[in-house]
Design a binder for this molecule. Sequence first.
Ligand SMILES: C[S@@+](CC[C@H](N)C(=O)[O-])C[C@H]1O[C@@H](n2cnc3c(N)ncnc32)[C@H](O)[C@@H]1O
Length: 386
Amino acid sequence: MSQPRRTETIVRQRYAAGAKERADKLCCPVDYQTEHLEIIPQEVIDRDYGCGDPSRYVREGETVLDLGSGTGKICFIAAQIVGAKGKVIGVDMTDEMLEVARRNAPIVAERIGCSNVEFRKGRIQDLALDLELLDRQLKRNPITDAASFLAADELAEELRVKQPLVATDTIDVVVSNCVLNLVEPKSKRELFDEIFRVLKKGGRAVISDIVSDEEVPEEMQSDPELWSGCISGALTEEGFLHAFEAAGFYGIHILKRDVEPWRTVQGIEFRSVTVEAFKGKQGECFERNQAVIYRGPFKEVLDDDNHRMERGKRYAVCDKTYNLYKKAPYQQFFEFVDPIVDVPLAEAKPFDCSRTSLRHSKETKGRDYDVTTEANNKCCDGGSCC
Ligand SMILES: C[S@@+](CC[C@H](N)C(=O)[O-])C[C@H]1O[C@@H](n2cnc3c(N)ncnc32)[C@H](O)[C@@H]1O
């Protein structure tokens, strides 16, 4: 009896065929911004197996990593947005996909006037291992017995450390379009950890993928056709967001969720979502006498560091949280209160972030503050107060 093939092998074979000839069953209609499609060769557009458009959220000058880049469409769109000051790296494990993407890269470069895209071969759950580098080394030292197998394992580990496919803390934004669901369940945790690893502090992930509204039952998970068709490996909507949280991201939110399912199988709805998540909440906490006020509209909120805040109240926060709240995606929800006397970071004492406590106005102003002033003419939008 033949051994069941690994899910990953089935995925690779299906997308190898999809690179050669358009596979309609793998296509989920997406509205890309048409002005970015004009310069992309038709061969690439025809082999579009995405389910969303994370490239909309990329900005000029950024270094972008596209996971499961396929024939390169998202990379070629992102290349136009990031421009000559930015850079785009596509990673895919399927040779046939890489071949189409690499063949079209110089055509796109000529049309946009800069060469800022490259495609690398790797598995997205192991972004440190450069499979082409490993391939070259194994050609010189092929695996012929158990000893050479173990040596190859050591070699792979050495390459991960010394010549990583994607180095740690180097990427501004990781994007992906309809790929994460294709990674085997046992590697999903590793996959989210890898996305986190390669991002710079302050970087973000913008991922479009297919998610389900119920857990996918075992029998559907073992169906190779459904698996490689972006169905069986889908995380639930809740599980998808939780996977970012478990990897250490913060500010995780849904940018787009299709109301209509892409497919419904045995009553389970599969739809496309695009999620954004940020890296950068890790690090030491220092007391600089700052405070924040949650503006509402909800009665209270809970952030990814378990700070629970009620609308309208002043809370003490560490310098790190204060600065995180000043940026996307939080800044619109908070008012910021600086202390009257600045506490320089170099002199700041450690702050205990495990508790959330209110901060009395006297703490930010200073206990002895007893100033009395005339009405501030700037306070009423140019009009006269009272
Ligand atoms: C559904 S297609 C999406 C392609 C592309 N993102 C697009 O928008 O057209 C999935 C792609 O991910 C690649 N892929 C699947 N699993 C992968 C893995 N574990 N590591 C690297 N690439 C993978 C496949 O080779 C294929 O090119």
